[in-house]
Design a protein around this ligand. Structure first.
Ligand code: ADP
Length: 217
């Protein structure tokens, strides 16, 4: 399991920390705010009060023992950038940073951080997509316009074979699996009969998936 250090235990940093813990990883949480550190002390592997703009305080955290350091300081851009500069000069290899503005993104990209995340924008896009495609539970982009999507099918598809649902696009959409409660059928055949509450995991081009998704809802 991984070792993660999360700097800043605001809404974003604490949510990321708790989810990593839930997934079985080890998490060090750091914040200047003693109340927040106390709040998460029992839920994280370690929780420490430190001001990460101070290189001596950063040194004491032993961050080179961690697989990834995530800087999750939102509002105080100066503190975030100063911390990143110190972490880079300490030789931290894998550094993820939450960015709040385009200017900060530009500076972070020049500093050579591993990954810059924009949670508000990314979440805004996800929410908009969920609003237009409520049947899509979850999705990941795998590049070149290809997506893997998880779709809850509508109850009116009870008893319908998979081939009928995919009619026009049998080649361009790949049905990776069907989930029925705890049972998973990998690469179901075209004559697979759907049941209400089945969940389909499909792979295909976004445009094709957009035409198929409403037929499944
Ligand atoms: P969010 O939108 O995720 O809640 P915030 O900006 O409110 O983001 O939270 C960032 C957290 O980072 C706060 O809890 C704040 O105390 C912490 N923080 C800010 N500056 C420092 C610093 N220099 N050292 C350590 N933690 C800091």
């Amino acid at each position: 399991m991984g070792q993660f250090a999360i700097i800043g235990l605001g809404r974003f940093g604490s949510a990321a920390s708790l989810e990593l813990m839930r997934m079985g990883h080890s998490v060090l949480g750091v914040d200047t705010n003693g109340k927040l550190v106390d709040k998460y002390a029992d839920q994280l592997t370690h929780a420490v009060i430190a001001d990460v703009t101070d290189p001596a305080a950063l040194d004491e955290l032993g961050l080179d023992n961690y697989d990834v350091v995530l800087v999750a300081i939102g509002e105080d851009i100066q503190a975030s950038l100063l911390c990143v500069v110190h972490l880079k000069s300490m030789g931290i290899q894998t550094l993820w940073v939450k960015a709040s503005s385009h200017a900060q993104h530009l500076i972070l990209s020049k500093l050579g951080v591993t990954r810059i995340v924009h949670p508000e924008e990314e979440m805004g896009i996800r929410v908009a997509q969920a609003l237009s495609y409520p049947m899509v539970n979850d999705y990941i982009s795998i590049g070149n316009g290809e997506f893997v999507v998880e779709i809850d099918i509508s109850e009116h598809l009870e008893g319908v074979p998979l081939s009928q649902v995919l009619q026009d696009q049998p080649e361009t959409i790949h049905v990776l699996l069907v989930k029925r409660k705890t049972q998973i059928t990998v690469h179901p055949p075209a004559d697979f009969i759907l049941r209400a509450k089945d969940i389909l995991v499909l792979l295909g081009q976004l445009d094709t998936l957009k035409t198929i998704a409403p037929k499944l809802a």
